[in-house]
Write a protein that binds this ligand. Structure first.
Ligand SMILES: *Cc1c(COP(=O)(O)O)cnc(C)c1O
Length: 554
């Protein structure tokens, strides 16, 4: 090209027209990228994502200008920039050594299918812009409903494609799903009655006055996801009215404490319109006793929502499905397809047991979403939405339920294997057992583990502080060295007097993660820990002084 040294194209009608109509040539930069990706995605990611981390302040320098360019770039030039500055400094979430988050590898067939989805650019808000995508999405919602609630086929024949009804909503993620569930719960609790036209029409202030409540509340375990706080905020009840309930030694909500809170709030004339059970907490993967929560919800007349954004996929496994027993009694369930159903980011769902529940948030407009139309937009918080359901539909067909079962079972069993390794290692301590494929642990030298049993409260607190710093250091150093990644969080184990304890957190959802990799991860952490213990002298000093004292006493 003659203008190569100029590096800028011209903004002409012709070049604009070309952008919309002419594909990039196979030998162009974009063409090359497509070829590399389709030949071997993993090699592509390994080649283009830099192994060593650049500090964020450095990266920010490449994204400084707030000017929208006055001259267009050539596609190839710009693609080079993206490869060097963006892709190179992104995170290889599909690496089998990346075991710290809920985002993992994707099945390969989803790449070309995503391209079809983007090429078609359907808008699921209404049939006029989505046609067959609407029945497809309704079927996907029906399949997930069936996975949770197992209704007879006649139920799905009656409701799945019924105008004016919805078995749920497909949305961008668990956050929107949780907001939608509580929105439905709130509107049903404050529904129209006599002259009062309902909270949706008249607002919270008049609704509370009409019903004569002093306030509203939602109850959830203290390990509930922060999206529920956002929900409480946008629904107008306020974050303080999302009431956290204490958990037991296994990070499951204490049902007795929840009952007590329900009783207290009832005495105070505060209407609890929903209780939320968590089926797979984000930090520890723990599952609340769903059946007992269902009983409570029934007794106190509140909506029962189960947040199974992460753990819901376990229902695919006949072997481990019983872990979520009681989910089928929920009025609504959140499931993220972009977590353990291996769909790209932007795929969440909320499913409602009763097909009429969502009427409480129904919205109609004249030019679209007319009454009696099958438009999905009349029951969704979001407006324009992509055809993402197609990717889940394809995966449900291509992987199938037994395929998903294998993925889920392997993940859970891998987590159990890793927990076994941690338990067997004298210098590591398992903090939470894996109920699903998530576990937390930390490095504590064997002698210190022993000394902690005899420590005074003051000694224990000093040790815990330094162990927290050490855990944080191990996690950061391992991430920076670029070979593997686990995450960290802070818990309040009963064992340590509910003191904030920093732990390493591992999520084993990537099917490519092997036992060998797990052993390497642990070895690397051990090496880092041993090398850095001298920077935390109090750990060994205090350990020895406690052990000397107890030795004298014995
Ligand atoms: C991930 C998660 C959410 C939030 O989902 P997003 O898709 O990130 O919006 C909510 N609840 C739980 C339990 C989760 O694990």
């Amino acid at each position: 090209m003659a203008v190569m040294d100029n590096k800028k194209a011209d903004a002409t009608q012709e070049s604009l027209h070309r952008i919309f109509t002419v594909p990039e040539a196979p030998e162009s930069t974009l063409g090359q990228i497509e070829k590399e990706i389709s030949e071997n995605l993993n090699v592509f990611l390994q080649t283009h994502i830099a192994a060593r981390e650049k500090p964020l302040v450095e990266i920010e320098k490449d994204f400084q200008s707030a000017d929208i360019p006055e001259a267009p770039s050539f596609v190839s030039e710009h693609t080079h920039f993206l490869l060097n500055k963006l892709v190179a400094q992104s995170v290889n979430t599909s690496a089998p050594t990346f075991i710290g988050h809920m985002t993992s590898a994707l099945p390969y067939f989803l790449m070309p299918l995503s391209k079809i989805m983007i090429a078609l650019n359907q808008n699921l808000v209404k049939i006029e812009t989505s046609k067959a995508f609407t029945p497809l999405e309704r079927q996907v919602l029906g399949m997930l409903h069936n996975l949770i609630y197992h209704q007879p086929e006649s139920f799905y024949q009656q409701w799945m494609h019924s105008a004016n009804h919805s078995l749920g909503a497909f949305c961008s993620g668990g956050t929107i799903a949780n907001i939608t569930a509580l929105w439905v719960a709130r509107n049903n609790a404050l529904k129209p009655q006599g002259d009062f036209k309902g909270v949706a029409q008249e607002g919270l202030f008049k609704a509370i006055k009409h019903y004569g409540y002093d306030d509203l509340a939602v109850l959830v375990s203290e390990r509930g996801h922060y999206s529920l706080k956002k929900a409480a905020d946008v629904l107008g009840i306020g974050r303080n009215c999302l009431v956290p309930i204490e958990t037991d030694g296994n990070n499951r909500v204490k049902v007795a404490a929840m009952r007590e809170k329900l009783e207290t709030l009832k005495q105070q004339n505060i209407k609890v319109f929903a209780i939320v059970g968590v089926a797979g907490t984000t930090e520890t993967g723990s599952i609340d006793p769903l059946n007992e929560l269902a009983d409570l919800a029934q007794e106190y007349g509140c909506h029962f929502h189960v947040d199974a954004a992460w753990g819901g996929a376990t229902l695919m496994s006949n072997k481990y499905r019983p872990l979520l027993a009681g989910a089928e009694r929920a009025d609504s369930v959140t499931i993220d397809a972009h977590k353990q159903l291996y769909i790209p980011m932007g795929a969440g769902m909320v499913i409602f047991k009763d097909p009429t529940l969502m009427t409480a948030i129904e919205h109609h407009a004249e030019y679209i979403l007319r009454k009696g139309s099958k438009d999905l937009g009349s029951h969704t918080l979001e407006g324009s939405r992509s055809g993402m359901a197609m990717l889940l539909y394809a995966s449900l067909n291509i992987i199938s339920r037994p395929g998903y079962e294998m993925l889920i079972n392997n993940s859970i069993e891998k987590a159990r294997y890793f927990a076994g390794r941690i338990n067997a290692h004298p210098d590591f301590e398992l903090v939470t057992e894996p109920e699903l494929c998530l576990l937390t642990y930390r490095y504590v030298p064997a002698r210190t583990q022993y000394a902690l049993q005899f420590a005074t409260n003051t000694e224990r607190d000093i040790l815990l502080d330094d162990l927290n710093d050490l855990t944080k250091f191990i996690q950061k150093r391992q991430r920076e060295s670029g070979k593997s990644f686990v995450s960290r969080t802070r818990l309040t184990p009963e064992k340590w007097g509910r003191k904030l304890t920093t732990v390493l957190r591992v999520v084993l959802a990537n099917p490519l993660t092997t036992e060998d990799i797990l052993n390497h991860v642990l070895e690397e952490q051990e090496t880092i820990a041993r090398q850095s213990l001298i920077s935390y002298p109090k750990i060994s000093q205090l350990t020895e002084s406690i052990l000397n004292r107890t030795a004298v006493k014995q």
